[in-house]
Design a protein around this ligand. Structure first.
Ligand code: SF4
Length: 710
């Protein structure tokens, strides 16, 4: 038996894992005590990783039109059909939908193929459902999609504010770190702001059970309160920011008194003012936010309302201080790094980044090939499926994700997939909901087989190592993409034999015309040029490291903006004028209940992996609907009774769980179940597809439903 280091494939904490290998089997896993994300800890999902492995249920052979074929036939079919679609309908008729489960190297070559050589801007990712609003807000305010904090900041803070984040269930190891830090520092306070009383409240000194969707009003109120009480850091604001007056004016358009804000957020005014006082009187404050803030039709504004308060108090760029978005998926950030969002090009460059189109074109040009990059952004996730519905996108390549379950209006997504003339799916498992819609199925490698890098929520790049051979004929995603590229005639630009070579190219692009010693104008913050040139051994041995990594910071960078210089043209951060908006999904007589959705502690996404471990199923064995006893009484439904929710585009069948930790008039359902596990429990079919206008992130936390007892 021997041990090997790798990284957990589930949440954005990105814990280091020690896998115990016996021949070609992983017989156990433990936390890697040397990994700075978790220092040896694992949560229940991570510690059951070895129980989810095995070849049973895996996809092992390619399929074209329902018939098993060899790889040569499958790859040629993909290449020929993509080429035919482009020549008949134009470059924009082909698209890709990727996943935060992919490794950075997979993402890089997919982005390079679609945007660089197929000339289509329509490549987006399921990370759009998770952190797109946080990204848009960082860009608006700080000038770059750059998370300022690191995990140690949670331990160094005097006040930690959790907003729309059930850290205890969704990022458990980070929660454990916070809990230990609070025990060690009795002066540390934790505030939880969430419509639901979650397990994270166990360590809360103050809980604010706000009305769903009122976050921006609450933080606008905080900004106004800080101004009124003389708690603004005028020196910091003067030196490092602009936009205070406009942001304050917007915050004061509504009555900024504590009483008025508390009434609008449905909170006790005294408790709200206690929070305002705590926030304003501490310098070392971390506000950690997640999907409860992001998954909203005004998610970007909500994130900016939070960032505004940190800038106004100078609580950023210091140990234990800053706004800190935590990503859901293991590589949501890695995808952002290579251009995995439809509004990005590559290496954190957007279409409007000065010189970016020309720079990326020149970098990807080979002796005989010149890329033909699209001129502007493509369709974001939900819009992409609408374009398929309209018949504009006619070929879609989906990798490592299951939009037939997870997108809002999931039934419309299914209808769009049905209609799409060409659907190609890279998938590990043999029985996902999506495969019914695939014309070409390509068996992909999975965790423990895949070899590459991921980036966690604190910008830390870690190796996920290939420890076992893929089953049957399954192949790595990067291999599949590059072999299709070769058949399309782009072999010279996709001549990679190992993921180390892709990572090297990605690292070189990040530093291309991006001098490390030019801190201000023209400097792009995402820079890992210090990791370029690694040979296979050095790549394999790469220790976890936080970007930027370059000549100026060869050992990585724990915290950003410590010098108060931001990545805007003038180096100043922007406070943004935020005008709070109600959720777009309106309650009505027909659908009077507010629907909240989210993860549960022991499952991951659509359960293709976690459902294989019996002990993970023990936590919650079936889909459920949480509701208060008072509402249950009115609706005539009892604990453990079956009930049906009816939403915008479908039904959800679940067992009622009564809870006092929820507001009246609201229901909560988990996001994980699908037709594979239950006749009708797809939360995506309940939701309207309302999007944040800036980020394109769907409003997954604010559905409107009716409940019928069964
Ligand atoms: Fe994996 Fe997240 Fe659990 Fe860490 S906290 S072991 S990354 S699921």
């Amino acid at each position: 038996m021997h041990q090997a280091r790798t990284t957990c494939p589930y949440c954005g904490v990105g814990c280091g894992v020690l896998a115990e290998l016996e021949g070609e089997r992983i017989v156990g896993v433990g936390g890697d005590s040397e990994h700075p994300a978790n220092y040896g800890r694992l949560c229940v999902k991570g510690s059951a990783l070895h129980e989810t492995l095995g070849h049973q249920g895996r996809l092992t052979r390619p399929r074209v039109d329902g018939v098993e074929v060899d790889w040569e036939t499958a790859l040629s079919a993909v290449a020929d059909r993509l080429a035919a679609t482009r020549s008949e309908h134009g470059d924009g008729a082909v698209a890709a939908y990727l996943s935060g489960q992919l490794l950075t190297e997979d993402y890089y070559v997919a982005n390079k193929l679609f945007k660089g050589f197929l000339g289509t801007p329509h490549l987006d990712t399921n990370s759009r459902l998770c952190m797109a609003s946080a990204v848009a807000a960082y860009k608006r305010s700080l000038g770059a999609d750059a998370v300022p904090c690191c995990y140690e900041d949670l331990e160094e803070a005097e006040l930690v504010v959790l907003v729309g984040s059930n850290l205890a269930w969704n990022h458990p190891v980070l929660y454990q770190r916070l809990k230990v830090a609070k025990t060690r520092n009795p002066l540390m306070r934790v505030v939880v702001i969430d419509p639901r009383v979650t397990d994270s409240c166990e360590i809360a000194d103050l809980y604010l059970g706000l009305k769903p969707g009122s976050d921006a009003r609450l933080f606008n109120g905080l900004l106004a309160w800080m101004a009124d009480k003389g708690k603004l850091d005028r020196v910091y604001l003067e030196k490092h920011t602009q936009g205070l007056e406009e942001a304050l004016a917007a915050a004061r358009e509504e009555d900024g008194s504590v009483a008025a804000v508390a009434a609008d957020c449905d909170l006790d005014p005294e408790r709200l003012e206690t929070f305002y006082y705590w926030f304003a009187s501490q310098l070392h404050v971390v506000t950690l936010y997640s999907q409860g803030v992001n998954q909203s039709s005004s998610g970007t504004d909500k994130c900016n309302a939070i960032i505004n308060c940190h800038l106004a108090g100078g609580k950023l760029g210091l140990p234990g201080a800053g706004p800190f978005s935590i990503t859901g998926q293991p590589n949501a950030m890695g995808g952002r790094e290579v251009g995995g969002l439809a509004n990005q090009l590559a290496a954190h460059m957007d279409y409007h980044t000065p010189g970016a189109l020309d720079r990326v074109t020149r970098f990807w040009t080979t002796e005989s090939l010149t890329p033909s990059l699209p001129e502007g952004p493509g369709h974001k996730a939900v819009e992409l499926f609408e374009a398929i519905e309209r018949g504009e996108v006619r070929a879609l390549w989906i990798m490592a994700t299951n939009p037939a379950v997870s997108l809002p209006r999931a039934d419309r997504v299914r209808a769009a997939l049905e209609k799409c003339p060409l659907v190609i799916v890279n998938e590990c498992m043999a029985d996902t909901d999506l495969l019914a819609y695939a014309d070409i199925v390509l068996p992909a490698s999975s965790w423990s087989e895949k070899n590459g890098t991921v980036t966690n929520s604190e910008r830390r790049i870690s190796r996920q190592r290939g420890l076992l051979p893929p089953p049957g004929e399954a192949k790595h995603d990067w291999w599949i993409i590059t072999r299709v590229a070769q058949r399309l005639g782009y072999g010279e630009a996709f001549d990679y034999a190992h993921p180390a070579e892709i990572f090297d190219e990605h690292a070189r692009l990040s530093g291309f015309e991006n001098p490390a010693d030019t801190p201000d104008k023209g400097k792009r913050l995402f820079d890992i040029s210090g990791l370029a040139g690694l040979d296979r051994d050095a790549y394999d041995a790469l220790a976890p490291i936080q970007w930027p990594v370059n000549a100026a910071a060869p050992r990585g960078t724990a915290r950003l903006f410590e010098d108060g210089r931001f990545t805007t043209p003038d180096g100043l951060a922007r406070l943004i004028a935020v005008r709070p908006r109600e959720p777009e999904q309106r309650l009505s007589e027909a659908r009077p209940l507010r629907l909240n959705t989210g993860r549960i502690r022991d499952q991951w996404h659509t359960m293709t992996r976690t459902a294989r471990a019996p002990r993970l199923m023990n936590h919650r064995a079936e889909p459920f609907i949480e509701i208060t006893p008072e509402d249950a009484l009115v609706l005539g439904v009892g604990d453990q009774q079956l009930a049906r929710l009816t939403g915008a585009g479908g039904d959800y069948l679940g067992r009622v769980r009564l809870t006092k930790g929820q507001r009246r008039g609201e229901v909560f359902v988990p996001m994980h179940w699908s037709d594979r596990f239950s006749g009708s429990a797809r939360m995506g079919s309940l939701l309207e597809a309302h999007l944040d206008p800036l980020s394109g992130q769907p409003e997954s936390k604010h559905g409107a439903v009716a409940l019928t007892p069964l």
